[in-house]
Design a protein around this ligand. Sequence first.
Ligand code: HEC
Length: 135
Amino acid sequence: MSKAQIWTVVILGAFVILFIMQRILRKEETHPVMNNESSTTETYEDEGKLLIDRLNCVTCHGADLRGTPMGPTLYALSEHYDREQLINYLRNPADYVEEGRLKEFKEKYRSIMPSYGNQDVKDLGKISDYLLRLK
Ligand code: HEC
């Protein structure tokens, strides 16, 4: 092979490698973008509702949040909690068990309310805002 031929092969090879790398990098980039698109196309009218679904509250409280044998209804909570109290409850439900109503719940339902103290307080605020609107 002449020098010119070797250079041609080297340059072509470099182009092929660049092309392949570009394909690989592009694939990695599009993944998170696709995820973003799929979560924004879910039309949630309320971020609190979205969080409630994400955190699987519905497993115990029911898809309509009106209660199951695993957990009580989440309607009419505004009769018992204000926003601050509800956030505190979600962070540490065990603190409230001694109170009358919740003591009865403990005997009535086949599970216990988990603590969501590991969640962002802002998110718990959004959940509380949503729940307090269920009358
Ligand atoms: C494993 C089942 C379970 C899951 C999951 C669950 N809960 Fe509960 N929840 C309960 C039970 C049971 C009670 C009744 C209190 C008790 O026995 O601990 C309760 C009580 C409550 C109460 C108090 C109701 C009242 O009338 O005072 C609120 C508010 C509540 N849950 C909100 C939520 C939210 C919001 C989520 C999701 C972030 C959630 N729960 C997830 C089982 C669950």
